[in-house]
Design a protein around this ligand. Structure first.
Ligand SMILES: [Zn+2]
Ligand SMILES: [Zn+2]
Length: 322
């Protein structure tokens, strides 16, 4: 089995961190080997103040890439690196559900160069997967999701009847992960440099670090595309439970590409519309993420995701002195 290598987009290890040339030109994404940022999620209740409703942990890891167990590693083969970005959100408030794990894996190969997984637990167990990369020089994305089996012959999907004289029958709907099957994969061509929602947060970090004013790229959400623009805002001291940080605001604006179906943007942590990310000006570490979330299907509330604790961050990441 031969493996097509992608070349310029391959993750490269520089001083322990993984450099990913995925997004806009001149804005390389950096994945730290063991970074963990813990955020508190607060819902803005106006005159009533704020309510802590959960937590979000953002992190990254870097690991040696082993290209499949069937392929023996030759001693003189170059060491390849892979990296993973992750987000684990937990919590609940009225109809606002945060039980969501996102991960994006970067591989040193053309296909899939990136695997984005979205797993929802809690009231519903749902898995979604987006892959991105190139095949025969064409940039592609695939999307698949799982759902409850609609009826098959597999005995493990059958349940016992509640009435003893009835036959057992195929389960109709349940929360058992084993009863869920992947649906058919959908594939489409996407612009080169397209990325998932989680990676976009790391691009916002890189964008401030590199001193950009604005930049744009294509984001893939499930089977759909968004034109994302990052705009640099003010720089000022931002208070968080982890301290006060000199931070720059990045506005993440998403628009439906021409010729695609209109819809509202639903982003990270269920945030709709625009996403405001405050990142530490010197290092790009995110300290506050703000936006609006629909609650109970009736109205929107402001949500503020604010840094509580950090480890594995760049050395220059520190609060301002009082
Ligand atoms: Zn079945
Ligand atoms: Zn079932």
């Amino acid at each position: 089995m031969s493996q097509e290598l992608s070349g310029p987009g391959d993750p490269t290890l520089v001083e322990g961190s993984l450099r990913l040339d995925i997004g806009p030109e001149g804005v390389p994404v950096w994945a730290a080997p063991e970074e963990e940022l813990v955020f508190e999620v607060v819902i803005d209740l106006g005159l009533l103040g704020g309510a802590g409703v959960g937590s979000v942990t953002l992190g990254s890891t870097v690991e040696r890439y082993v290209p499949g167990l069937a392929v023996p590693l030759e001693p003189d083969e170059p060491v390849l690196w892979a990296g993973t970005l992750g987000s684990a959100a937990e919590g609940r408030y009225l109809g606002y559900d945060l039980d969501h794990t996102l991960s994006t894996r970067f591989n040193p190969q053309a296909w899939p160069a990136l695997i984005h997984r979205d797993v929802q637990a809690g009231s519903e167990n749902r898995r979604r997967e987006v892959m991105l990369g190139t095949r025969d020089g064409v940039t592609l994305s695939t999307y698949r999701f799982d759902g409850h089996c609609a009826g098959c012959e597999r005995r493990e999907h059958f349940v016992e009847p509640t009435l003893p004289w009835r036959d057992d029958f195929h389960c109709k709907k349940c929360k058992r992960a084993g009863h869920r099957l992947w649906r058919e994969v959908r594939k489409r061509e996407v612009p080169p440099g397209s990325m998932d929602m989680l990676t976009a947060v790391w691009v916002a970090r890189a964008f401030v670090r590199e001193g950009g004013r604005s930049c744009g790229f294509t984001m893939v959400d499930k089977y759909r595309l968004w034109n994302v623009t990052l705009l640099r805002g003010d720089t000022r001291a931002i208070e968080t439970p982890a301290g006060t940080f000199e931070s720059t605001e990045v506005l993440l604006r998403s628009e439906v590409p021409e010729g695609e179906e209109e819809r509202e943007f639903a982003g990270l942590f269920g945030i709709r519309g625009e996403l405001h990310i405050w990142v530490h000006a010197a290092t790009g570490v995110p300290v506050v993420i703000r936006g609006r979330v629909p609650v109970g299907g009736l109205f929107d509330l402001g949500v503020r995701v604010q840094l509580e604790a950090a480890r594995g961050t760049p050395a220059a990441f520190a609060p301002v002195d009082d």
